[in-house]
Design a protein around this ligand. Structure first.
Ligand SMILES: [Zn+2]
Length: 539
C-alpha cells in the first residue's frame, strides 16, 4: 500500500536541514569549539544526499539561561516558522537552551509547523510525541546544570521513544485526538464521517457528490469549515493515517496550515509505519479505495501517458485576492452554449466571497498570451527586473566576509606566535582572543548563510529565464504553469501573474504592484471590459 503515496506528483525536492550551535562563554563544560561544531554540521548535512544544506546558525550563550540575546537562534526559528527549514540538528538540549520554558516553548512552536528538532546526544526527535516528558526532563537537567549529561546515561524513557513511536499532527484532521497523556484516540463522531466518505467512494460516487453530501449533512471539515470540496475529500481518501499507517516524512516536513497543500513527498518508504496506531477504516476498504483511484487515474490518462484532465493548467491557478482561496473551474450552461469560468471556491456552494469575480477560461488564455508577449517583447528589462527582485547587492556582504576572515586569521596568528613569557597576562589575552574568534565565526557563518540564499536565488533566476524561453507567443493551448506559478484575481479586470515562489500566503494579495503591465479588451455579454494584467516577482 506504500505505493499510494506516489499518486501525488513528486517534485523530488530534498529536506531542508540546518544546525544550531552554541558555546557558553564560561567554557565550563567540555565542549567542541564553535568552529568545530560548525565544521562538523556543515559536513554532516552536505554529505547526506537527501538533505539540502540550510546553514549552521551559531550563537555565543552569554549568560546561557535566556533566549533573549540569541540573534542567530531567532533568525533560524523565524525561517523555520516560515517553512524554510524542515529539520534542525542540535548537539544537545543544553545547546538549544538552558531555560526549560524557552526550550519547550520553542520546540512546541516549531512542532506545530511540522519542524523537527533533533538532539543528537539525547537521540530525541521533537516530533515524537512521547518525547515531551523526556524533553522537559533533559531541559530541567540542562537548566540546573547539576548533573553532567553523560552519553552512557540510560533512561527508561529512551527505550519507549525508540520503539517506533511517532507524532501525528491531529489539529486539522478529523478522527483523532490526543489525551492528556499523549495517547492517540479515535473520536467516534468524526470517525463516522470518515467511514461514510470511504464507503461512498468505493460505491463509485464522485468526489463532488460526496462533498455535497457532507455539506448537506452539515458536517464540519478538519479545520472546522462547513465548506467541503473535492480536494477536502481527496485529502481524506489519501490519508493513510485512517488505515492505521503513518508515512512520517509526508506529514512532518509539510507545513500544516489549512490552505497550503502538504507537499513534501520525500518518497521515504523507510518511514512508512504500518498498523502503528488504531485504524478508523479497515484495510479492505482502504485497498478498495486505492484500486478505484488507480482505475480512475488510468481512465483520465492520455494516450501518450500524460494525464489529460480538462483544464489542468487552469485549475489551482487562480487565487482570490479577497479571501485567498483558489479559483475552481465552473461550467456555465446557457441553452446549448457551454462556457467555463474560473470562480472563487468560497462561492462553490453559497455566495460567501462577494467581492470576487469570475474569469472566463477562454478569455484567460488570450490574456496569458498577451502577458507572455509583453514579457518576451522586452527580455532585457525582464532579466533586469528579475535580478532586482531576487538578488541583493552582495558586494557589501562579500566585503564584510573578507574582513571577518582576515580578522580571524590575524587573531589566529597572534595566539599561535610563540610568546616569550607564558604568564597569566598572556593566558588572559589568549582567552580574550579566542572569544573574539568565536564572535567572528558567528558573524562569518551568518554572512555565509546570506550568500548561500543568494546563490539559491541565482539558480531560481536561471530557471525562470530558461522557462521564459520555452513559452510560445502564439499557442493558446500551451502549458504555462511552469512559468506563471499563480494568478491573483482581484477582479475580472485586474489580474496579477506570480513568477518565482508559488507560496502567495504571505503576500498582500489585494495590493500587489505589477510589472510588465498590459491591457486586454474582453467582451462580457454586451459590454467591453479592459483587463489590466501584469507580473509580480515573488522572491
Ligand atoms: Zn474569494
Amino acid at each position: 500500500m506504500i505505493k499510494t503515496m506516489h499518486h501525488l506528483p513528486s517534485d523530488g525536492s530534498k529536506l531542508n536541514v540546518c544546525a544550531y550551535a552554541r558555546v557558553s562563554s564560561d567554557r565550563s563544560e567540555a565542549e567542541m569549539s564553535l568552529d568545530n561544531q560548525i565544521d562538523y554540521y556543515t559536513t554532516l548535512i552536505l554529505s547526506n544526499p537527501d538533505w539540502e544544506y540550510c546553514g549552521v546558525y551559531a550563537d555565543e550563550g552569554i549568560s546561557g539561561t535566556s533566549l533573549l540575546n540569541r540573534k542567530q537562534f531567532k533568525i533560524m526559528v523565524d525561517k523555520a516558522l516560515k517553512g524554510m527549514i524542515d529539520i534542525i540538528l542540535v548537539k544537545s538540549i543544553s545547546r538549544f537552551g538552558r531555560n526549560i520554558v524557552d526550550v519547550i516553548g520553542a520546540i512546541n512552536k516549531l512542532r506545530t509547523m511540522g519542524v523537527e528538532v533533533y538532539f543528537e546526544r539525547e537521540n530525541i526527535s521533537s516530533l515524537d510525541v512521547t518525547s515531551t516528558i523526556a524533553l522537559s526532563m533533559y531541559a530541567q537537567l540542562a537548566e540546573s546544570e547539576a548533573i553532567s549529561m553523560s552519553q552512557n546515561m540510560t533512561w527508561a524513557i529512551d527505550k519507549r521513544m525508540k520503539a517506533g513511536k511517532y507524532y501525528i499532527p491531529v489539529n486539522e484532521m478529523l478522527g483523532y485526538r490526543y489525551d492528556s497523556e499523549g495517547n492517540l484516540y479515535i473520536v467516534e463522531s468524526e470517525a463516522k464521517i470518515i467511514r461514510e466518505i470511504f464507503s461512498m467512494y468505493i460505491q463509485g460516487l464522485s468526489l463532488l457528490f460526496i462533498a455535497r453530501t457532507m455539506m448537506e449533512k452539515g458536517y464540519k471539515t478538519g479545520i472546522g469549515s462547513s465548506n467541503w470540496n473535492e480536494k477536502t475529500i481527496t485529502r481524506i481518501l489519501l490519508n493513510e493515517k485512517y488505515v492505521g499507517d503513518c508515512s512520517m516524512h509526508k506529514t512532518f516536513s509539510a507545513k500544516l496550515s489549512a490552505r497550503t497543500q502538504v507537499v513534501n513527498r520525500g518518497e521515504k518508504d523507510a518511514y512508512y509505519v504500518k498498523d502503528g496506531h488504531p485504524a478508523i477504516i479497515s484495510r479492505e476498504i482502504w485497498d478498495e479505495a486505492c484500486a478505484i483511484r488507480e482505475r480512475r487515474r488510468i481512465q483520465f490518462k492520455h494516450e501518450k501517458g500524460e494525464a489529460k484532465a480538462p483544464f489542468k493548467e487552469e485549475s489551482c491557478f487562480g487565487v482570490c485576492a479577497h479571501c485567498g482561496r483558489n479559483y475552481f473551474i465552473k461550467r456555465l450552461k446557457n441553452g446549448n452554449n457551454i462556457r467555463y469560468t474560473l470562480t472563487c471556491s468560497a462561492n462553490k456552494a453559497t455566495l460567501t466571497c462577494r467581492e470576487s469575480e469570475s474569469v472566463f477560461v477562454e478569455d484567460l488564455k488570450d490574456i496569458i498570451l498577451a502577458q507572455i508577449n509583453v514579457i518576451k517583447g522586452d527580455m532585457i528589462s525582464f532579466k533586469k527586473e528579475l535580478k532586482k527582485a531576487f538578488i541583493l547587492d552582495t558586494t557589501a556582504i562579500q566585503q564584510r566576509l573578507d574582513e571577518v576572515n582576515n580578522r580571524i586569521n590575524e587573531f589566529k596568528i597572534r595566539i599561535e606566535t610563540p610568546s616569550i613569557k607564558i604568564d597569566d597576562a598572556f593566558l588572559a589575552l589568549k582567552r580574550e582572543i579566542l572569544k573574539e574568534i568565536d564572535n567572528l565565526m558567528i558573524e562569518k557563518k551568518a554572512l555565509e548563510n546570506t550568500l548561500l540564499t543568494q546563490s539559491n536565488n541565482e539558480s531560481m533566476i536561471k530557471e525562470i529565464l530558461e522557462s521564459a524561453e520555452k513559452l510560445s507567443c502564439t499557442d493558446r493551448e500551451q502549458k504555462y504553469k511552469f512559468f506563471f506559478k499563480k494568478m491573483i484575481i482581484k477582479s475580472r479586470t485586474d489580474l496579477t501573474f506570480i513568477i518565482g515562489n508559488d507560496d502567495v500566503s504571505k503576500l498582500d494579495l489585494s495590493n500587489l504592484p505589477k510589472l510588465f503591465k498590459g491591457t486586454y479588451k474582453i467582451k462580457v455579454r454586451a459590454q467591453f471590459y479592459t483587463v489590466n494584467f501584469g507580473v509580480f516577482f515573488n522572491a
